[in-house]
Ligand binder design. Sequence first.
Ligand SMILES: Nc1ncnc2c1ncn2[C@@H]1O[C@H](COP(=O)(O)OP(=O)(O)OP(=O)(O)O)[C@@H](O)[C@H]1O
Ligand SMILES: Nc1nc2c(ncn2[C@@H]2O[C@H](COP(=O)(O)O)[C@@H](O)[C@H]2O)c(=O)[nH]1
Length: 218
Amino acid sequence: MHGDHLSGPVFRGQRRGFMLVLSSPSGAGKTTLSKRLLTQNPDLVLSVSATTRAPRPGEKHGEDYYFMEQGEFIAKTKSNEFYEWAKVFDHYYGTPKGPVEEALEEGRDVIFDIDWQGAQALAESAPQDVVRVFILPPSLKLLRDRLHKRAQDSDEVIEGRMNRAKAEIEHWNEYDYVVINDDFSRALEKLSQILHAERLKRSRHPWIEGFVDALMEE
Ligand SMILES: Nc1ncnc2c1ncn2[C@@H]1O[C@H](COP(=O)(O)OP(=O)(O)OP(=O)(O)O)[C@@H](O)[C@H]1O
Ligand SMILES: Nc1nc2c(ncn2[C@@H]2O[C@H](COP(=O)(O)O)[C@@H](O)[C@H]2O)c(=O)[nH]1
C-alpha cells in the first residue's frame, strides 16, 4: 500500500531529504530548539559546522562544532569543502559538504543552525531543497537576558552580539516561516509542525504520480 510510504523506514530512499535551516539573532534559542527537535526526531540529521571560535564550556568537537585554527579553515575553503561559509562575530563558520550530501541522498532531512548569509547561500544553491525558518526573540530585552543567563560569553562578546541582532533580524522576510520563541514548548511545537508539513509536501513525493495513474486505471 503506497500510503505506508509516508512514514517509517520504507519512506527513506523514496525522496531526497530537505534542508531545514534555522537562523536568528544570537541567543534567540535556535540551538536549544534544534537539539530538542533532534531528540524528538532521531531520523533528522544535524549539520555540524566548522568554526574558528574557541569552544564554550561543555561544547564537544564533532558534536557541537568542528573547532579548528584559521589556517585549516581557510585551506578547506580553498579546497571547496564547504557548502557555504561566512565570517560571523569576527570568526569563521562553515558547513562541511560531505555529511550533508550523504544524508540528503539517503532521503534524510538535515537541520542547520546558521546565520542569514549561510541561509541565503544554501537557498541560492538548492532552492527546491531548502526550507528556511527564522526564530525571533519575544523582545530585545529578553534576548539580552538569555545571553547573560546562558553565561557562556563575556559581557563584551554579549554586547557585540546584541549590536548585530538587528542586522540579523532585518533578514526575517527572506524566510519561509517565522517562529517567535517566547514559550519554549509552543515554539518547539510550531517547529515540529513545520517539519512534518514539509515532509508531506506533494512536490517531495514524485511516486504519487504513478500511484494516481494506477488509481485512474482501476
Ligand atoms: N523560550 C525560551 N525561554 C527562555 N529561555 C530560552 C528559551 N529558548 C532558549 N532559551 C535559553 O536562551 C539561551 C540561548 O539559547 P541558544 O543558545 O539556543 O540560542 P542560539 O540562538 O542558538 O544562540 P547562538 O546564535 O549564540 O548560538 C540558552 O540559555 C537557552 O536555554
Ligand atoms: N553561515 C554560517 N553561520 C553559522 C554556521 N554555524 C554557526 N553559524 C552562526 O554563527 C552564529 C554564532 O554562533 P555561536 O555558536 O558562536 O553562537 C550563529 O548565528 C550561528 O547560527 C555556519 O556553518 N555557517
